[in-house]
Write a protein that binds this ligand. Structure first.
Ligand SMILES: NC(=O)c1ccc[n+]([C@@H]2O[C@H](COP(=O)([O-])OP(=O)(O)OC[C@H]3O[C@@H](n4cnc5c(N)ncnc54)[C@H](OP(=O)(O)O)[C@@H]3O)[C@@H](O)[C@H]2O)c1
Length: 322
């Protein structure tokens, strides 16, 4: 069933002329679709990351066909490694002084127990900590945009309204009872819950919700929003091992995870959050689902002490990366 919404990206996204956008995980799925949707509004530059070089070429071709005036640049990066992000972020800042929109989209779901190259629980490392580093390294470029006109087109006279969008999931509601198990984050967390691989996913997605709030408090000139895009049949579902896929499909078909959206609809909430004017309906630190509906906090996502603890823990982990 099509999504019931008045949102129409063709009309509701303003002209993005002059805007510079970075999107992590843009090679396929929702990231690639978000690039195609935003490209229709002619931003100046879209940088996108991922590991799959051949898929990146198709994304660039499709983007160019939509917006020949936009520069599309693939930045290879593996979120499994913090130094890979540091290299990628340096490459981006060497190419553009300012940045208008950072979309933290890359993600994995329900992967087997494991550690990142830096020794963190793999879903927490790729989904959350990697994005915290992207944000740390690109925040100066976003803040610079907030004091100038649109980044690459100062002549437009439009004040820039920089954004950070964090792709979370309603799975943040299945995080462990304590929210984030800090003492174990440098272990594979094999026994974190009944369906441990989904609990670990929930924990990583809870961290993104908490971090959006923590950023909103500290960086008032940048609008930071967490979004659940809906349920969409992308690689994150289709590439699950057979039994996990079967259970997910059963839950989706029974409507237990919410309505299933098309790929185009799956990009709506991200595009809405990235481009709609800041208002009472779009507040920094907010958490939204399709399209622009606020999601109520759980005990864990509304826990300010947990939010502060995550902030402090994260700054300590990333201290060496500048
Ligand atoms: N689909 C849904 O129903 C749904 C629901 C809620 C939330 N979300 C969230 O939406 C986001 C996008 O997911 P999707 O549905 O589009 O999944 P997808 O089709 O599997 O795409 C995932 C993207 O993340 C990138 N990625 C994965 N691991 C990476 C790594 N180690 N380093 C760098 N990039 C990596 C992939 O690029 P490469 O393969 O090129 O590295 C790809 O571009 C995720 O954060 C997901 O949690 C999705």
């Amino acid at each position: 069933m099509p999504l019931q919404t008045a949102y129409n990206p063709a009309e509701d996204i303003s002209n993005l002329n002059g805007k510079v956008i970075v999107i992590t995980g843009g090679t396929t799925g929702l990231g690639a679709q978000t690039i195609r949707t935003l490209a229709q509004h002619r931003p100046s530059q879209i940088f996108f990351t991922g590991r799959n070089v051949s898929a990146s070429e198709s994304v660039i071709q499709a983007g160019k066909a939509i917006s020949p005036t936009t520069t599309f640049t693939f930045i290879p990066c593996d979120q499994n490694s913090l130094s890979s992000i540091q290299t990628a972020a340096r490459l981006i800042t060497s190419k553009t002084p300012n940045l208008d929109i950072l979309i933290c989209n890359a993600g994995i779901m329900a992967s087997p127990p494991g550690l990142t190259a830096d020794g963190y629980e793999v879903q927490f490392g790729i989904n959350f900590l990697a994005h915290a580093l992207w944000i740390k390294l690109l925040l100066p470029s976003l803040e610079r945009s907030s004091t100038t006109t649109s980044s690459s087109s100062p002549s437009s006279n439009e004040p820039s309204d920089p954004r950070i969008i964090l792709l979370t999931s309603t799975s943040f509601q299945i995080a462990p009872a304590a929210g984030i198990i800090f003492s174990d984050l440098q272990t594979p967390q094999e026994n974190i819950g009944f369906q441990a691989k989904f609990t670990r996913y929930g924990q990583s997605k809870l961290a993104l919700v908490l971090y959006a709030k923590a950023l909103a408090k500290r960086y008032e000139r940048v609008t930071t929003v967490a979004v659940h895009p809906g349920v969409i049949n992308t690689g994150i579902i289709t590439e699950q091992p057979f039994w996990a896929w079967l259970w997910l499909r059963l839950f989706i078909n029974l409507g237990l995870l919410g309505a299933e959206l098309s790929l185009e609809e799956g990009a709506y909430t991200t595009c809405w959050a990235a481009t709609s004017p800041r208002s009472k309906d779009l507040v920094s630190g907010g958490l939204y689902e399709p399209v622009g509906k606020p999601i109520a906090d759980t005990k864990q996502s509304g826990d300010e002490l947990l939010q502060e603890r995550l902030w402090e823990w994260t700054q300590a982990q990333l201290e060496a990366y500048t």
